[in-house]
Design a protein around this ligand. Structure first.
Ligand SMILES: Cc1cc2nc3c(=O)[nH]c(=O)nc-3n(C[C@H](O)[C@H](O)[C@H](O)COP(=O)(O)O)c2cc1C
Length: 413
């Protein structure tokens, strides 16, 4: 891959993007289990999903003793309480310090330098870099002046990056970077990239689509060489993004266009082993990846709904397991569908319990969010709280279904 003549030095606790093939920031798809899988299969760095500054500000950082993860949690913003006065905290961001911190880039959604700094300071000690999202075209992002809207307000974008470099990058010795889209003309993009490279950032990722382009439209690479050149002159590492599907292809493209590395999104969403080169073993079958994803989700106590979403990306839509997983009501049920009840049943039961899912006599789900429901019932003088979940009798319907499915699919674990 291309080497720079002049380089913005890599901060002590940061990472150099040069020579790297990395997992893209993806809301929902880039949660912790997927990042761990991508790292396992050779991603050099992983971006977390965009997190809006205001969502981070006001969170509490704590170590979860069950999972050894760092969680940034907050109480629901509406302030509503259960009748007994307690509130359920939601996890806004979760990091596995020993398995990913040194390779994790936190991506911020922001439109304000002061708020960006306040939010970034909360995670700066736990990550290798802070990235600003200046490429998301979705209305929820652009309406607040964030994401791709920042491409139309380059002075604001530069002010945000400069504030982050000064107040967060230098103090925590990590890199600050930005992810942009290409603009309509090469001249416009060049002017923007030159400006951004003067802010003190260490890296820039360019998604080779313009703001109005849909994800299915092919990425446009004809501005890439110029962007790589401008970044190289300024000593800023440049990653390309858009329609990159594997490590081998990423390395070829980076060489061809004179950029420092590549970022992969949708190809990694459906197969995170795309980061492994052919020589090292190449792509892994989806059944193995789905089972590994489930295991990682249990280990880190991932939100159940998100785990089903991640599995839904890995399991082909036409496979009947896809639908069965999507209607599953507990981790234990998913383990049985995969024929993994023996290996993972114990931890699945534990995690289900922690997230408030209990089973009824038949081994089916009894109550979702049982803790909350029990609290409500207790406060209202009801008796739901006294009912304990019964152990599963014999061979449950779920177990039978799981065994059938895993036989049919010959899931090899
Ligand atoms: C499910 C999903 C979520 C995404 N979320 C983000 C995000 O949080 N921040 C961001 O900068 N881009 C986000 N993107 C865009 C990707 O990072 C990437 O730029 C885009 O998908 C193009 O890369 P690809 O052609 O490899 O898919 C998202 C894309 C997908 C598919």
């Amino acid at each position: 891959m291309a080497s720079a003549s002049r380089r913005v030095p890599t901060p002590k606790n940061g990472v150099d993007f040069r020579g790297k093939v990395v997992l893209a920031p993806m809301v929902r798809s880039g949660e912790l289990p997927m990042r761990l899988l991508a790292l396992k299969y050779g991603a050099d760095l992983v971006w977390g999903p965009e997190t809006v500054d205001q969502a981070m500000i006001g969170t509490t950082r704590r170590l979860n003793p069950h999972t050894q993860t760092i969680e940034f949690t907050r109480l629901p913003s509406h302030g509503a309480k259960t009748p007994c006065g307690s509130q359920r905290e939601s996890v806004i961001y979760r990091i596995h310090p020993s398995r990913e911190s040194r390779n994790l880039i936190f991506q911020l959604g922001t439109a304000c330098p002061a708020r960006a700094v306040e939010a970034a300071r909360l995670v700066a000690g736990d990550v290798a870099g802070i990235d600003v999202n200046a490429g998301c075209p979705k209305p929820f992002s652009t309406m607040g002046g964030m994401g791709a809207a920042l491409l139309s307000t380059p002075d604001k974008l530069c002010a945000i990056l400069e504030a982050l470099v000064k107040e967060v990058g230098s103090k925590y010795e990590i890199g600050i970077s930005v992810k942009i889209r290409i603009l309509k003309t090469s001249e416009e993009t060049e002017a923007l990239v030159r400006k951004l490279c003067q802010t003190g950032i260490t890296g820039l990722t360019v998604h080779c689509r313009t703001r109005p382009m849909r994800p299915r439209e092919r990425a446009i690479r004809d501005q890439l060489r110029m962007i790589g050149q401008v970044c190289r002159e300024a000593g800023v590492a440049c990653l390309m993004n858009g329609d990159v599907v594997s490590r081998d292809q990423a390395e070829e493209l980076a060489q061809e266009y004179g950029v420092d590395g590549a970022m992969i999104a949708t190809a990694a969403e459906s197969n995170p082993s795309c980061f492994r080169s052919k020589d090292d073993g190449g792509f892994v079958p989806w059944k193995d990846l789905a089972a590994e994803c489930l295991q990682a989700a249990l280990e880190v106590g991932n939100k159940f709904g998100n785990t089903k979403f991640l599995l839904g990306n890995l399991i082909p839509g036409k496979d009947k397991l896809h639908r069965m997983v999507s209607t599953a009501k507990s981790y234990r049920e998913v383990c049985e569908l995969f024929g993994l009840a023996e290996e993972l049943g114990g931890i699945a039961r534990e995690v289900d319990e922690r997230i408030g899912i209990v089973y009824d006599r038949d081994g089916k789900n009894a109550v979702k969010n049982a803790k909350l429901k029990n609290e409500t019932a207790r406060a209202a003088g009801g008796d739901t709280a006294r009912k304990k979940p019964s152990p599963v009798d014999g061979r449950s319907v779920l177990a039978q279904r799981g065994a059938e499915v895993s036989r049919a699919l010959a899931v090899e674990i």
